[in-house]
Design a protein around this ligand. Structure first.
Ligand code: SAM
Length: 849
């Protein structure tokens, strides 16, 4: 849709006022004459009648101007402070707006209304105020009453047009802009190119998180806001592609602007400043050199991460997230060949009209049903030093149109004369996406300036939970607080690397080593050697520790919500979390009050309390059951443990054991048939040293098999009224460690269990469900893995359409550290075996390190 009314002639105020025959106006005669004259020459003037009737208390007039279209005029003098209009508004929801409204002429009329992307159309006179740099009218959005109030900010005289300010977007209509309506265009060159391009651009990237520039003005402006909030990079003409070249002819006979092959240089410049050590520098340089030799689209500059200001090769990151999302630092730059028109600077308005008018033909996504504008992120206009002050205007992706048809259209619309003397069609290369990260902006905009990827637009991003991010009601993971606040749609390996501090890595090592010990035990028993350990997840943010007690002190609200989610089944009354004295004062932990083992100052869960911990291993062989995988056994164990705890919570705390130890599936059965037997032997609550409970927990593998069905021995499972929905569902809030990448079947179980995090040691080529090695490009999750992208064929955790997503990490810190920890655990276990003689741990299989 076209909503500008450009003309090449300049007008005085008197000339501008069009007065209908029924409307008295001091300068009516001359204006009417001017309008009539204009009608003869310009079809645009016929869009509106000279005046449009409207009833309002101040007798404001709606008159038509030959280039500005309709406007609001005073029919008599009015003093400052007069409320000249209160317009009711029509609100468009974000989706409705983006899918429909924004693709129509309404795009020229609407105000940004709410924080959720709503837009408002002012009814009545409100939509008819034109823009002025010195507006006579201020407006205020009154959200509660769904209206906009317009007030005179100064006295106006009869016949004066009442204008508001459109903010920066309105500058295109002001003196000195390239808009011929504005009269003097001689100072166009003095205007900052960046501003011009920002204001005139079609299809900007929106970034809600970047603040509203319109706040300087009263009220929030119409689409101005969206335009000015776009962040373009390299818009300054000073940023010159190092060896771009407008002169080289192309096969098609068009002039072609070749993208510079300087990506490596640009990248070096963009990234090099972050490098602090020679090794990393040389790694990067190598990567960049590779990129240069492979061409711009094949860069694989994967190996650089910066942690706390220190650079490190990401290959050294020991815990590696399996995700198909690209890393902004390494995502390859892809270029799109496009048509651009070289135009005199004064033609920018016509070009904008052309783009709007032919958006469907050009594939610019303005018409419902058409494809999304593939170059929405690119600036519409740019200056190139080789163009003698002319402008380049980006038209469309080359693949979308036929060159001859495009030229024909340009000629029909008067933008290109028959000899193509003044204007030229160029081929230019444009980055096919917005720049993913600031440090790569130069590279992205080397041949054509593009926007920086929006921070808040997560429409096309996968929800990636960060380590320890809590699950919420219903059990689905929340998107990563860390990643969502940085680059949705990307996995920033820097953030991941920074998260895995040495202490946290050590936590992973300990847990994985535990899995190895379990697997070894399984093997000793003739089972398939796969070990699993389930425990509370690490907190995503470090917290202040309370004197080493493991009890979080004065948690932030974020952390507090995590505590709740970590609470297992017993968090019934503990929001906010109890003070340390409350917990400490309880002496031995009981089911009634404390509800967690706590976290240390790094957010690492501490053992003990009511934290759920479960060990399991594979029992397919002994149970002659092909579905008794270690992961499934662990999930079953958690289920039974939670059920037990619910039952326990329904009775008095004194009657319950404060700690329950489970034993791994496959250990010796017990002859003790007390009530606790209903707990699967794979279940285990973290110990606080209560030996009695340990001694009472025993059952056979077969008991475990059947224990999911209702058992008269199991206490009833009352619902705990204060628990939030989904808070204690199976593996919600828990992390599952395992020796091997789980198979597809187990991955589905993990989806159903709502596990938060999976961390494994070895990839399972051929059968694993997390690496996605057989998936097409862009879907694989194994990039960056040491074994060269092997691993299981699928990536269940990334499947769209599942009602739960979980994060998956693979250990890639080498075997040695795990082996050392295994040896340490085995040593400790040896000592513990002495103790176990007392506690009769042997009958549990002695797997507990
Ligand atoms: C909200 S509408 C204003 C009413 C519009 N003139 C009409 O007839 O419907 C905004 C549109 O008016 C035109 N406009 C507003 N202020 C202008 C100005 N100072 N110079 C030229 N055109 C202007 C632009 O086409 C713009 O897209």
């Amino acid at each position: 849709m076209d909503c500008s009314y450009a003309s090449s002639s300049a007008h005085t105020l008197d000339d501008d006022i069009a007065v209908g025959s029924r409307q008295p106006n001091p300068s009516g005669e001359s204006v009417t004459r001017a309008i009539e004259e204009e009608k003869q020459t310009s079809p645009a003037a016929q869009y509106y009648p000279p005046s449009t009737p409207h009833l309002n208390p101040n007798n404001l007039l709606i008159l038509s101007h030959q280039s500005r279209g309709r406007g609001v005029y005073a029919s008599r003098p009015l003093p400052a402070g007069t409320v000249v209009e209160i317009s009711p508004v029509l609100i468009f929801g974000k989706d409705e707006w983006e899918q429909h409204g924004s693709r129509t002429i309404l795009d020229c009329y609407t105000f940004k209304w709410g924080r959720m992307g709503e837009m408002a159309l002012a009814l009545g006179l409100g939509s008819l105020f034109n823009h002025s740099a010195s507006p006579s009218v201020a407006f205020k959005l009154d959200r509660p009453s769904h209206s906009i109030r317009y007030t005179l900010v100064r006295d106006v005289v009869a016949g004066e047009e009442l204008c508001i300010s459109y903010g920066p977007w309105g500058q295109q209509y002001e003196e000195g802009s390239s808009n011929p309506d504005s009269g003097d265009v001689s100072d166009y060159d003095d205007r900052k190119e960046r501003e011009l391009a920002d204001f005139l651009k079609i299809g900007e990237e929106r970034s809600d998180s970047e603040g509203e520039t319109s706040s300087q003005r009263p009220g929030v402006q119409r689409k101005v806001v969206r335009r000015t909030r776009t962040r373009y990079i390299n818009g300054n003409s000073a940023t010159k592609p190092s060896n771009s070249n407008t002169g080289s002819g192309s096969d098609s006979g068009l002039e072609r602007t070749s993208r510079s092959s300087d990506g490596g240089e640009a990248l070096r410049a963009a990234v090099g400043s972050h490098l602090s050590d020679d090794h990393t520098r040389s790694a990067l340089n190598k990567a960049m050199d590779r990129r240069e030799s492979n061409g711009p689209s094949s860069i694989s500059q994967t190996s650089v991460v910066t942690v706390n200001g220190t650079s490190a090769a990401s290959s050294s990151a020991p815990v590696w997230r399996l995700s198909s999302l690209p890393d902004p630092m390494t995502v390859p730059l892809q270029m799109l060949s496009c048509y651009a028109l070289l135009i005199p600077p004064r033609s920018s308005s016509e070009i904008m009209k052309f783009l709007r008018k032919h958006s469907l033909f050009l594939g610019r996504g303005k018409v419902p049903g058409s494809e999304e504008d593939a170059i929405r992120h690119a600036k519409t206009l740019m200056k190139h030093p080789d163009d003698n002050g002319n402008l380049r205007s980006l038209l469309c992706p080359a693949a979308h149109v036929d060159e001859a048809a495009l030229k024909q259209l340009l000629k029909e619309d008067g933008l290109m004369d028959a000899e193509e003397r003044e204007t030229k069609l160029l081929r230019v290369d444009v980055a096919s996406t917005p720049a993913p990260i600031k440090t790569r902006a130069t590279e992205w905009s080397a041949s054509w300036p593009v926007a920086l990827r929006s921070m808040a637009n997560s429409s096309n991003s996968a929800a990636v939970p960060s380590p320890g991010t809590p699950s919420q009601g219903g059990g689905t993971s929340t998107p990563s607080a860390i990643h969502a606040s940085t680059r949705p749609g990307f996995i920033d390996r820097k953030i991941d690397a920074a998260f895995w501090s040495e202490k946290r890595v050590h936590w992973v090592i300990r847990k994985l080593a535990r899995c190895v010990v379990l697997a070894q035990d399984a093997k000793d028993r003739g089972e398939i050697p796969v070990g699993v350990h389930v425990c509370p997840s690490i907190l995503s943010t470090a917290i202040a520790s309370n004197g080493g007690t493991g009890v979080p002190a004065a948690p932030s609200s974020t952390a507090a919500s995590e505590y709740v989610n970590h609470s297992g089944t017993d968090a019934v009354t503990l929001v906010p979390p109890p003070s340390s004295s409350e917990v400490q004062g309880s002496g031995s932990v009981t089911l009634a009050a404390p509800w967690y083992g706590g976290w240390d100052s790094d957010g690492i869960p501490l053992p003990g309390g009511e934290a759920i911990e479960v060990d399991a291993f594979d029992t397919r062989k002994s149970q002659r059951n092909p579905i008794k995988h270690a992961v499934g056994n662990a999930i079953q164990g958690v289920a039974e443990l939670r059920a037990y705890k619910r039952g326990a919570a329904s009775t008095s705390a004194e009657q319950q054991p404060s700690v329950i130890r489970g034993r791994p599936m496959g250990s010796e059965p017990s002859s003790d048939h007390s009530a606790e037997q209903s707990i699967s032997p794979v279940a285990r609550l973290a110990s606080n040293g209560d030996a009695h409970a340990d001694a009472t927990m025993a059952s056979s593998p077969h008991t475990a098999l059947t224990s999911l069905s209702p058992s008269p021995a199991r206490p009833a499972s009352p619902s705990l009224p204060l628990l939030l929905n989904g808070q204690d569902y199976l593996l919600t809030s828990l992390t599952l460690f395992t020796t091997h990448e789980p198979c597809v079947y187990c991955c589905m179980s993990l989806v159903h269990s709502r596990v938060r995090t999976l961390i494994f040691l070895e990839s399972s080529s051929g059968s694993g469900g997390c690496c996605g090695s057989q998936l097409p490009d862009g879907k694989r999750c194994n990039d960056g893995l040491d074994e060269g992208g092997e691993g299981g064929p699928y990536a269940l955790q990334e499947q769209r359409g599942l009602n739960h997503r979980f994060e998956v990490w693979k250990w890639r810190g080498g075997r040695q550290r795990i082996e050392e920890e295994v040896a340490r655990l085995r040593g400790e276990r040896q000592q513990e075996e002495d103790l176990a003689n007392l506690l009769d741990l042997k009958r549990w299989g002695n797997i507990d390190p």
